[in-house]
Design a protein around this ligand. Sequence first.
Ligand code: SF4
Length: 414
Amino acid sequence: MVLSLGSCGSQARVLGLGSWESSNFELRTFTFRLRTSAFRFEQQTLRSQVSSLKTQDPRLISYVSGLASSSSLICMPPALSPKIDPVLLKDRFDRQITDLRVSVTDRCNFKCSYCRTPHGVHFAKRESLLTYEEIERLAGIFLDLGVTKIRLTGGEPLLRRNLERLVGKLSALKGLEDLALTTNGFNFYDRANRFKNAGLTRVTISLDSLRQDRFREITGYADYDDVLRSIETAKELKLDPVKVNCVLIRGVNDDEITDFARFASDWDLEVRFIEFMPIDEEEKWTRERVVTGSEILQTLKPEFDLTPVAREDASETAQKFEISGGAGRIGLILPVSEPFCGNCSRVRLTADGKIRTCLFSLVEYDVRDRMRAGATDEELKKFLISTVLKKEEGHRIGESDFVPPSRSMSYIGG
Ligand code: SF4
């Protein structure tokens, strides 16, 4: 079977369906929106013919099986060469997944309201958490499917016992280019050496205030100096670039923008201002509390000369600026005012083994139970491919039908 199609792209048209005997083909997939009901008939035809397709290529099978829940259709050129591309995780919008965020625990010892688990919600039981061996196995499968970066998150990942062991396992996996960690920094300084030796390449430390009293108020944690010490240690160990994440909330810490820029310059690191998102436990998010990128730049203008830095790759979340005449960088992560979903390359694996295809997903896909029921790597691969095909186009914040996810950020993994 072959689909004979016209020019591919967002406006592609189906020209016809024919027969094709060879399973040797160079598969190129393009998705496009179904625009008329006439296409639905062809979609149906395609689905019914797929069973006779002489190929085991999971990409094609998954694309086609994904059609049932999809508003997109495959556009595939005829056979051109016997070369088979590596199987990659791609969604319906032609976004390739290269970035896996792995939450290793839903617990955190800080109490930041925009992130914490609501009162009354129970933490996952120990036996429900993925073991390090299970995470290692899944990570290996993701890497086979084209993922190159893994970030360990939580909750607070350092609360998971002997996390260094997991870092060692993951860093040994073939194909991994970048292994990063996001932490609140409460005791990273004490273990940083072990992480580095185990193969950690980068660290991002959260810090929402440079004022000790305010830091305590936001986090409920008294030892602000621990976090600074962790940042200092990460710098010393060259876990570069060391990044500091600051969630700005109007009326809470938006008076510290210039202090943070000075901090970035003095410490020669990257401070990333992140817009407040509607995923907070107390549901206090309003658009008015979001401090936008243009406001941040306006605030910094009188004191800092900022030079934009070109993105290294399109899926990067931050717009970056060098601080001219000094060291350090500023990053702006603006999911609300300037969404970057069109270039999203991320999926998340929760601590209890669910795949989340978007930070704002309302559904999760259980991979843990499949694995524990004895699924083979090939079966898991097919499951991941078909799951990624269900990835949301974007977060829909600000749309009338927006529904915040039921799990808090600490549960999902930031
Ligand atoms: S909101 Fe979802 S689609 Fe958008 S960038 Fe975040 S994870 Fe990706």
